[in-house]
Design a protein around this ligand. Structure first.
Ligand SMILES: [Zn+2]
Ligand SMILES: [Zn+2]
Length: 708
């Protein structure tokens, strides 16, 4: 009798070990391979698993092993993809099965459908053939149209060999034409018709525009789009085409970074500084960092593009660890917008009584800004007004007592949304847990009927703008308006079409879109992000402001460019604003690097957070305190390692759970890795999965957190 075939399989559970199963070659119709996707019996049900080892023996009694029940009609995950998953699992201290299985689209996790899938794929292919080519209206960015700066950048990129690891920072102002440079670079790589390239973008909203552009640029290449906004079926097929090497171009958001691509030859991470590359639940990976690791592992080039690089990437480029290409000339003669810091403490910037036609209206913006908007309207240019808070007002309050619209389930306030945004009625909504309530007619505490709003959100500004400029066409763009009737893409089309004079919205309107006729951009709530417990707040604000400023005066038909950005602030002297005034990205980054170095913060140190969630804050804190005591008792708090005291999270209570965190910091990566592994094994030995046996506390380790 031939020896039995034993396979080790990992499943989507927070378990560090794999499980042995028998492989019946006759029944399954194939030989096992490392990377095969299978169905296995697990407890009383069946689960999807990945084969990670094939052998002829087991530590367990062979007779007692259960058998693999089905194999997916797919090639096995390629060895490089498995190396990436193994690295991610190790680095982020997350079980391997929990790392791999969630990256597989739903369509491939239903074994009962596996038999039907080949038919489905064939039908889809037919459909694609029948679909006529869409019309491309995007201007082609052929190499011959590149300006001098772009040509030099492209030449430099082409000097890098395609079978050697290089991380390259392409730093260029918004509007300098980075996209045209990297698309032309990729064209060279894609001349090899088996080569695959991965193009990562931070947000779903940015994909349609780039998708059109890439399709127009590579009409004969097969391309797939992978992000959470596409249907399960489309995603399933796209993933299949990527993992079988059929798709040459893979365009997607962070989840695409973990897709198997057996012939990957180059990676581009656009807007590499964007916090959206960080996954915020499950395995909290950074898609950018994993992409860099993957490029290193595969010995291929990776291009990181940004106008405002992350401090980490910028320092690596400055130190020569990354290649550094600058693109400082704006395309089509567009010049940088003029930055105006409007000091809201200066009475001269404010309206005086009698200035306004309707004296009852209290202006929500400064007189300086209002005058600029009026002038911009006269000049027939569009204005963008940004406030990073959706809804009408962030809190409702009672003037008679001290009642505030606090959420019952969270330690945050419920935001007032006027009718139309989230439904037909005005409501209070919690942006953390989603609780929605009808607005009370009277104060629930004292019965006072005169409830007032505090602060302002996009809706309130929209109302105010409509009142201030009754003949202007106003459009609000935020996740509420884009969820409601029209998708974000349609709202953007309206702006492009020139059907709008003033756009009020959250930062989502500032990201990546090429607007043609924006004369003025205003930022209303910059100060709210100036002071924060998070040491990265200033870096993020600066990047956003540069991006926002880049929307103004991008290009104009007659070459005459007028663009301005107005920032209302009480603190015009703050470093963030002063560097912005001079458009000095490098100055700001170098200033920030010095600050971080002095404070011993990342990238001069490495951090991790241990999150704990319990019924009460006390329990969560106590859980983390005893973890800290354990680390100390075991002598694990060694040189260079700091374990801080547990603290409540910024939003401490969410949906009835109370949350705390413990910060672990080290000046040495290896040291941090070892400590995290020790923490993981200690917590696991006292838990079932990731919930402590005592006290039912849910815990999670997060490496390289982007907000503290
Ligand atoms: Zn009251
Ligand atoms: Zn809530």
């Amino acid at each position: 009798m031939p020896p039995p075939i034993v396979v080790q399989v990992v499943v989507d559970k927070p378990l560090t070990q794999g499980f042995d199963y028998l492989w019946d070659k006759e029944m399954l119709g194939s030989r096992p391979e490392v990377g095969s996707i299978v169905e296995v019996p697990f407890g009383r049900s069946h689960l999807i698993g990945i084969v990670i080892k094939v052998s002829t023996h087991s530590e367990y009694e062979i007779e007692k092993l259960k058998g693999v029940t089905r194999v997916a009609p797919l090639p096995s995950l390629d060895p490089a993809a498995l190396r990436l998953m193994n690295f991610a699992s190790h680095y982020y201290v997350h079980a391997l099965g929990e790392t791999i299985i969630p990256t597989i689209p739903q369509m491939w996790k239903k074994p009962e459908d596996w038999e039907k899938i080949p038919k489905k794929l064939a039908a889809d292919k037919e459909k694609k053939k029948k679909k006529s080519d869409p019309e491309f209206t995007e201007e082609l960015i052929d190499e011959s149209h590149l300006n001098q700066g772009q040509k030099i950048a492209l030449e430099k990129l082409r000097t890098f060999s395609s079978d050697e690891f290089r991380a390259i920072l392409l730093q260029g102002q918004t509007g300098s034409g980075k996209t045209a440079v990297f698309l032309n670079w990729l064209r060279g790589i894609l001349e090899d018709t088996s080569a695959q390239v991965l193009l990562l973008v931070p947000e779903i909203n940015l994909t349609p525009q780039l998708e059109r552009r890439v399709r127009a640029y590579f009409p004969d290449k097969s391309m797939v789009v992978l992000h959470s906004g596409v249907s399960e079926k489309v995603r399933g097929i796209a993933w299949y085409e990527a993992m079988t090497g059929k798709a040459q171009i893979i365009l997607g958001t962070r989840l695409a970074a973990l897709t198997p691509m057996p012939n990957l030859r180059a990676v581009v991470v656009d807007e590499e500084h964007d916090p959206s590359y960080k996954q915020q639940d499950g395995i909290r990976y950074s898609a950018r960092d994993l992409a860099v690791w993957r490029a290193h592992d595969l010995k291929i080039p990776i291009l990181l593009a940004s106008a405002t690089p992350s401090l980490e990437t910028w320092m690596a480029a400055r130190a020569g660890r990354y290649e550094y290409i600058r693109l400082d000339q704006r395309a089509q003669g567009a010049s940088l917008p003029k930055v105006h810091l409007v000091n809201t403490r200066d009475p001269q910037t404010q309206f005086s009584p009698g200035d306004l036609e309707k004296p009852k209206v209290k202006s929500l913006i400064t007189k300086t800004l209002a005058n600029a908007v009026s002038k911009n309207l006269e000049g027939k240019q569009q204005s963008l007004i940004l406030i990073n808070r959706r809804g009408y007002a962030p809190v409702l309050s009672c003037g008679a007592c001290s009642w505030l619209s606090k959420c019952d389930q969270c330690s945050s306030y419920m935001v007032l949304h006027k009718a139309g945004a989230l439904g037909r009625k005005s409501v209070l909504s919690c942006h953390h847990c989603g609780l929605v309530k009808i607005i009370p007619n009277h104060c629930p505490d004292c019965g006072n009927a005169d409830l007032k709003t505090l602060g302002q959100g996009t809706q309130k500004i929209e109302d105010f703008i409509e009142e201030m400029w009754p003949s202007a066409r106003v459009l609000r763009v935020d996740t509420d308006s884009s969820r409601k009737s029209k998708g974000a893409e349609e709202l953007f089309q309206e702006i492009h079409g020139g059907n709008v004079d003033i756009v009020v919205g959250t930062q989502m309107i500032a990201k990546g879109h090429d607007y043609q006729n924006i004369g003025l951009v205003a930022v209303l709530d910059a100060d709210s992000r100036l002071f924060s417990q998070d040491f990265r707040a200033a870096e993020r604000l600066f990047a956003q402001l540069v991006q926002v400023a880049g929307r103004a005066g991008r290009s104009s038909k007659d070459g005459e460019v007028s663009g301005a950005i107005y920032i209302e602030t009480q603190f015009p002297e703050a470093a963030v604003f002063q560097f912005l005034l001079r458009h000095d990205v490098d100055g700001f980054l170098s200033f920030t690097a010095n600050e971080r170095k002095e404070a011993g913060l990342p990238p001069f140190a490495y951090q991790a957070l241990i999150h704990a969630e319990a019924k009460s804050l006390d329990k969560a804190i106590q859980f983390l305190s005893s973890l800290k005591s354990h680390l100390r008792a075991q002598g694990l708090i060694s040189n260079g390692l700091k374990v801080y005291d547990p603290v409540p999270k910024a939003v401490m209570r969410v949906a009835g759970s109370e949350r705390a965190q413990l910060l672990v910091e080290s000046d040495n990566r290896k040291n941090l890795q070892e400590t995290l592994e020790a923490i993981d094994s200690y917590l696991r030995s006292h838990s079932q999965g990731r919930i402590s046996k005592e006290g039912r506390i849910r815990w999670l380790i997060e490496r390289d957190p982007i907000s503290i």
